[in-house]
Design a protein around this ligand. Structure first.
Ligand SMILES: Cc1cc2nc3c(=O)[nH]c(=O)nc-3n(C[C@H](O)[C@H](O)[C@H](O)COP(=O)(O)OP(=O)(O)OC[C@H]3O[C@@H](n4cnc5c(N)ncnc54)[C@H](O)[C@@H]3O)c2cc1C
Ligand SMILES: NC(=O)c1ccc[n+]([C@@H]2O[C@H](COP(=O)([O-])OP(=O)(O)OC[C@H]3O[C@@H](n4cnc5c(N)ncnc54)[C@H](OP(=O)(O)O)[C@@H]3O)[C@@H](O)[C@H]2O)c1
Ligand SMILES: Cc1cc2nc3c(=O)[nH]c(=O)nc-3n(C[C@H](O)[C@H](O)[C@H](O)COP(=O)(O)O)c2cc1C
Length: 580
């Protein structure tokens, strides 16, 4: 049995690489210990359960199924919203693969099953053998919390853990392959390694362009949507996919791989007292420090490793107190508005060589954007609606990496590296007659512009109702002309507007929902779909509360009955969200 190695060109920091190597060594010894107790499962079925918001966990689940098939197992792949606790309880072998969302929360597709299972207190699930692969991002306080909760709960219910859970950071592909190379042969009872896995016939075809092989697209339109004197900047982009063979659906997202702002790169090189031309090994090849910082590493948002190292090297009491506190809120508050450069400048006593510094950074990630066009109207271009992140803090202007890459850095000669993120749930209903209710304040309007285009192109007769809002009507009513045209053409049946800062007291989309609660409930009773897009942390939660309340009020239901009603909408995929 071969222990997978984490290749030195993989974009992990030294500490991440050491952790992963240690983890797999530990897993290997566990495997040897339990090799004689492999459980032969019923008809060699392996249940592969995934909870995914944007497709990563689903892609690991598909790879798991391919690997299982290659080992003579019968993989049954289920999204976690397709099964109940009763069905789960009788599964003999389970590979559970889930991401974490919001602030340490379950992905939407997992929440209902979790609510059911979390309530259970029996300890009779001892016929189940399971392993959990958790996807997350170490920049969040509650790293891989959903996976951790499942792992603990299944053990508490009496199920037997086959392997220690893997908690995986944003670069999940290599750890996932290594995990599968151990877990799947163990379950099948065959001791094959990754080298002999037949991964040639994946169950779901891999897209032509993906994270590791993005499409180089031209940015053909970059237009300001908000007024020049607005307090925010939201832009409309059109990205050409002509000749690529690519296709998208309204509801999908486009992921953009940015490069960092050259001024920030120069300032960081100066803060490190380097020149920028130092040769550094990155992914197995030598490149200059400047190039590495420009295109390979996240240099704006400080990594946990960097902050911890800074605390250690500086010996600063305040910073050490924040880093070591159990409650991370004070550290989050301290970091709000401070980027990596601010921290380097705050603790000049800490000197880093170029290699040390790079070793403490996370790989630069793509950013996802909900597509704001329908391919029925724009087959060759993808439209995006992006708020540029710009703020002043600590005496400096700060810019969001990707939103301002699109706004400021892409020129006629620069290509935008991108790939699609399909969202099979967040779609215009196939039935052209059912009503759609769409709640999308701010950039949350993006997919609903696409939905309205889609419905118009399909000549769908179903009613459409949009709840939109932003700060001020005169500066931030984006796509106003288009929305008015949709209304005149009868595509947009109702438009409710909530401009939060046009009066003393805030008015939000959920206030408008409550105001029109009776009609909204009537649309749901008619079979309507309820879509939400935009901010996950405040707006989506408040909209969810308002939905429960108006269903209780206008359906004459108790709190519990309203909850059941909402859960039924979720089960029928009539309440779906694209929130971030
Ligand atoms: C599925 C999905 C769909 C999405 N769709 C859209 C979309 O349609 N349109 C859209 O605009 N975005 C969308 N996003 C969000 C988008 O992916 C990016 O997160 C967003 O553009 C910011 O990225 P950035 O690289 O510009 O900023 P980053 O470099 O990632 O910086 C953002 C960080 O800056 C800090 N920050 C921001 N504002 C302030 C402030 N005022 N003060 C202090 N610190 C601050 C915060 O720490 C914040 O996390 C979507 C996200 C997902 C997951
Ligand atoms: N998770 C994330 O990182 C995340 C989430 C969402 C947005 N963003 C980023 O923030 C930037 C701006 O986003 P945006 O244009 O979509 O939205 P936004 O500017 O944050 O807000 C749009 C509208 O929603 C209102 N709003 C605030 N709190 C609300 C609540 N609890 N319920 C309902 N409405 C509420 C705002 O009002 P007031 O501002 O007047 O209160 C404003 O009118 C973008 O860069 C976006 O990517 C990031
Ligand atoms: C809005 C948002 C919130 C997130 N919250 C967390 C979190 O609290 N903890 C964590 O470990 N990861 C968090 N993540 C990271 C995701 O779990 C990670 O990107 C994962 O690979 C997504 O997998 P999926 O595509 O299968 O959903 C968050 C990501 C987004 C976009």
């Amino acid at each position: 049995m071969k222990i997978p190695t984490i290749s030195s060109d993989a974009p992990y920091s030294a500490s991440q690489r050491a952790w992963l190597s240690g983890f797999f060594a530990g897993m290997h010894s566990q495997l040897l210990q339990s090799a004689n107790t492999v459980v032969q499962t019923e008809a060699r079925v392996v249940n592969i359960l995934y909870g995914s918001q944007t497709g990563n966990a689903q892609s690991v689940a598909n790879d798991a199924a391919t690997a299982a098939k290659a080992h003579g197992l019968k993989p049954l792949v289920h999204s976690m919203d397709e099964i109940t606790a009763a069905q789960l309880s009788v599964m003999a072998t389970v590979l559970l693969i889930t991401s974490t969302y919001g602030e340490g929360e379950m992905p939407d597709s997992v929440q209902m099953l979790w609510d059911e299972v979390a309530k259970l207190s029996e300890t009779t699930w001892y016929t189940m053998h399971y392993a959990v692969f958790a996807l997350g991002d170490t920049s969040y306080d509650l790293f891989c919390e959903a996976g951790k909760n499942w792992d603990n709960k299944l053990a508490e219910l009496g199920a037997l853990r086959l392997f220690d859970r893997v908690d995986c950071d944003v670069d999940y592909e290599e750890p996932a392959q290594a995990w599968l190379a151990l877990v799947v042969p163990h379950i099948s009872g065959t001791q094959q390694t990754a080298a002999v896995l037949d991964m040639s016939a994946p169950l779901e075809e891999k897209p032509q362009y993906h994270r590791k092989h993005p499409f180089p697209a031209a940015l053909v339109v970059n237009r300001l949507l908000t007024a020049p004197h607005s307090s925010k900047e939201t832009r409309h982009y059109e990205i050409s996919i002509a000749g690529s063979g690519l296709h998208y659906e309204a509801g999908d997202a486009l992921c953009v791989i940015p490069s960092n702002c050259p001024t920030l790169v120069t300032d960081i090189i100066a803060a490190l007292a380097c020149q920028g031309d130092e040769d550094e090994p990155v992914k197995g090849e030598l490149m200059s420090l400047r190039d590495a910082l420009s295109t390979h590493y996240e240099i704006k948002t400080p990594s946990k490793e960097f902050i911890e190292e800074l605390a250690k090297r500086s010996g600063d009491q305040h910073l050490n107190g924040l880093v070591n506190a159990t409650d991370k809120q004070a550290l989050s508050d301290f970091l709000w508005g401070r980027d990596t450069l601010d921290l380097l400048r705050t603790y000049p006593i800490c000197e880093f060589s170029a290699a040390e510094f790079l070793g403490l950074l996370k790989p630069l990630q793509h950013r996802a954007y909900s597509i704001s066009s329908s391919s029925k109207v724009s087959p060759d271009t993808v439209h995006l609606t992006v708020a540029s992140v710009r703020y002043h803090s600590g005496g400096r202007d700060h810019k969001g990496v990707c939103s301002t890459f699109l706004a400021d850095l892409v020129t006629d000669s620069t290509k935008v590296k991108c790939f699609f993120l399909p969202n099979k749930v967040f779609r215009v209903p196939e039935d052209n007659t059912v009503p759609m209710i769409m709640v999308g304040p701010g950039t949350g309007i993006a997919p609903f512009r696409a939905f309205l285009q889609e419905r118009q192109a399909r000549q769908a007769i179903g009613k459409n109702w949009l709840f939109f809002g932003d700060r001020n009507a005169d500066t931030d009513f984006i796509y106003q002309d288009e929305l008015n045209a949709f209304k005149e053409q009868g595509v947009l049946t109702r438009l409710e507007l909530a401009f939060s800062r046009d009066q003393e007291d805030k008015i939000y989309v959920q206030d408008k929902m409550r105001e029109h609660g009776a009609e909204l409930f009537a649309w749901l009773v008619e079979g309507g779909y309820f879509f939400v897009c935009g901010d996950a942390y405040r707006m989506a939660k408040d909209v969810d509360n308002a939905l429960h309340q108006l269903i209780a009020t206008h359906g004459n239901l108790s709190e519990q009955q309203a909850l059941d009603y909402v859960n039924q909408l979720k089960k029928e995929k009539r309440y779906v969200r694209d929130v971030y």
